[in-house]
Design a protein around this ligand. Structure first.
Ligand SMILES: C[S@@+](CC[C@H](N)C(=O)[O-])C[C@H]1O[C@@H](n2cnc3c(N)ncnc32)[C@H](O)[C@@H]1O
Length: 266
């Protein structure tokens, strides 16, 4: 695995959040702001986080959450520029589906898969909305650093459950909420915001805006339960082998920067 890939995957940490501006939650405005960011800046500013990495310091190679995906029907929520779908295609998934709010990201995915000799059904839509994805169809639905962008977590998890076959598996990774609260300064870890604060805020990155909120872990767990999932595994630990001697790695030695959940549809 390319070790450099772990960098620029978690730029939005407590440093950026500390200077954020609180805003009202308006789904349409948030979608407009965020899709503009991903249409124009996106991975050029934030970098990509894609399988086999779930985040900076957690990998599928070590965790083996998917196991053998050959012959499986697979959907990615927030497919970004398509690296993870390519990873699944190269492991002989029988059908690849991807969805993303950004036309630009969908186009990047299409180009990447075509140049790798793979094909996928790609849909441009917010994950919160009905968009023609088949129901009771998929063996796996997954999402790498995209679920947290939803403006309606409970509704999104219910939709994802509807796409899965019974006993189908949903795996997602996202920034650990504690990583968003704590900043490393002068060899100390300092709390910059309340873990309990789930309000929406806007962050300026490279002359563009992004809008998001940091949900507590219990918010994810309870929304999964409400949508009819049972959690099979949760990963918070970081893989020391992926770390370097820099501030981000040093922070990750003290607290989780990523969490991953594997859940099964009942
Ligand atoms: C950090 S990227 C993760 C994607 C991929 N793993 C990567 O690193 O390229 C987040 C993706 O979520 C998409 N996104 C943001 N809000 C979304 C929404 N409400 N519905 C669907 N996709 C959304 C963005 O367009 C972007 O491609």
């Amino acid at each position: 695995m390319d070790k450099n890939a772990v960098y620029r995957t978690n730029i939005i940490g407590a440093g950026e959040v500390g200077s954020a501006i609180s805003i009202d939650m308006d789904k349409n405005v948030i979608h407009k702001t965020n899709s503009l960011f991903w249409d124009t800046k996106g991975n050029d500013v934030l970098g990509a986080t894609s399988l086999p990495l779930y985040g900076a310091f957690v990998s599928e190679e070590k965790c083996q959450l998917f196991g053998d995906v050959s012959g499986k029907k697979i959907l990615e929520i927030g497919c970004g520029s398509g690296q993870s779908l390519q990873y699944m295609g190269e492991r002989k998934a029988s059908e690849l589906w991807g969805m993303d709010i950004s036309e630009n990201q969908i186009e990047k995915t299409r180009q990447r898969l075509t140049s790798s000799g793979l094909s996928a059904n790609l849909i441009c839509s917010p994950m919160e909305e009905k968009c023609g994805i088949p129901q009771d169809y998929f063996d796996f639905v997954y999402s790498i650093y995209a679920i947290g962008w939803t403006t309606d977590l409970e509704n999104t998890f219910c939709r994802i459950a509807s796409y899965l076959k019974k006993d189908g598996v949903f795996i997602f990774s996202w920034s650990h909420p504690i990583h968003k609260c704590v900043v490393a300064e002068n060899n100390m870890l300092i709390f910059k915001k309340s873990y309990f604060d789930e309000s929406w805020y806007s962050v300026a990155l490279d002359e563009s805006q992004l809008t998001l909120s940091d949900r507590k872990l219990s918010t994810y767990v309870n929304a999964l339960a409400k949508a009819g999932f049972v959690i099979e595994q949760m990963i918070e630990q970081t893989d020391e082998e992926l770390m370097k001697n820099d501030d981000f790695s040093n922070k990750a030695k003290m607290l989780p920067v990523t969490f991953v959940i594997k859940a099964r549809k009942l």
